[in-house]
Design a protein around this ligand. Structure first.
Ligand code: 6GU
Length: 254
């Protein structure tokens, strides 16, 4: 998978060299390129923003640097596309635009994006990017305005770190043991069950007896019940979203 990130603070994305995502890059599973939007300006001050039409507080990102940067990414990607056959894999790349005004980025979105071969992230700052860039970009990209949740960040960079990590770990081969993807929060629409490790007694606190019982069926039942209780206590909205059939007969009686 190829990932391009465009930002006026490319140093923010240095964290993508670390840990699991850094290893996946070195292993060639993810090709991540970070570009500086200011490289696509032509004036002495490398200006990327201007005042909003209609007035109001704050600044808006100018359209032209974004167009030049996105065109450059497109031409680099087609130059690096070794099979070169436009009929194969001809889906447009995805342009993810982080914004508190986007659709909510969920595990389902992460899964969907992990199956694409080219993602471009356009990090806005200030009050956002001139809307005409979003319109114009639809010619070449599938454009996805995405929000992490209902709070405001100063720019898209921190959101991109989160999204690239959530997506990248789902790319086949990035996580050594794919089993670990199956039993984690949100994979089945429920929160994860609590986990414990040694010692069995720690500062006067034991662990649930069932986990020492060796009864795999009972352990599975207990974990499932814990998932349901925890989800009901912390995220009742998730239980309401579960599709019919997601709960089994034993779930309903507990
Ligand atoms: Cl994706 N971007 C910004 N700037 N703020 C946010 C966000 C994204 N998600 C929540 N708040």
């Amino acid at each position: 998978m190829r990932i391009d990130v465009l930002s006026i603070f490319p140093e923010y994305l240095a964290a993508l060299d670390l840990s699991l995502i850094g290893k996946a890059r070195r292993d060639g599973l993810l090709q991540v390129n970070v570009g500086d939007l200011r490289d696509y300006t032509a004036d002495r001050h490398r200006t990327v923003d201007d005042t909003p039409y209609g007035g109001g507080a704050g600044m808006v990102m100018k359209p032209e640097p974004w167009a030049l940067a996105l065109e450059d990414v497109m031409s680099q990607a087609s130059a690096g596309d070794s099979d070169g056959d436009p009929a194969i894999g001809a889906r447009r790349p995805v342009l993810v635009v982080p914004s508190p005004a986007g659709q909510v980025f969920t595990q389902a979105v992460a899964q969907e994006l992990s199956e694409r071969d080219h993602l471009v992230f356009a990090c806005g700052r200030y009050e956002g990017i001139d809307e005409r860039v979003i319109e114009w970009a639809q010619k070449s990209f599938e454009v996805r305005p995405m929000s992490l949740g209902d709070y405001v960040l100063n720019g898209g960079e921190v959101a991109v770190l989160a999204m690239v990590e959530a997506i990248g770990r789902l790319v086949p081969g990035v996580i050594g043991n794919p089993e670990s993807l199956v039993e984690e929060s949100h994979s089945d629409g429920l929160l994860e069950y609590p986990v414990y490790t040694k010692p069995a007694t720690w500062r006067e606190q034991g662990i649930p007896d069932v986990l020492l019982s060796g009864h795999h069926g009972q352990i599975a039942r207990w974990r499932r019940d814990q998932q349901l209780r925890r989800t009901s206590a912390r995220r009742p909205d998730l239980l309401e979203q579960l599709h019919s059939g997601a709960l089994d007969k034993k779930d309903l009686t507990t």
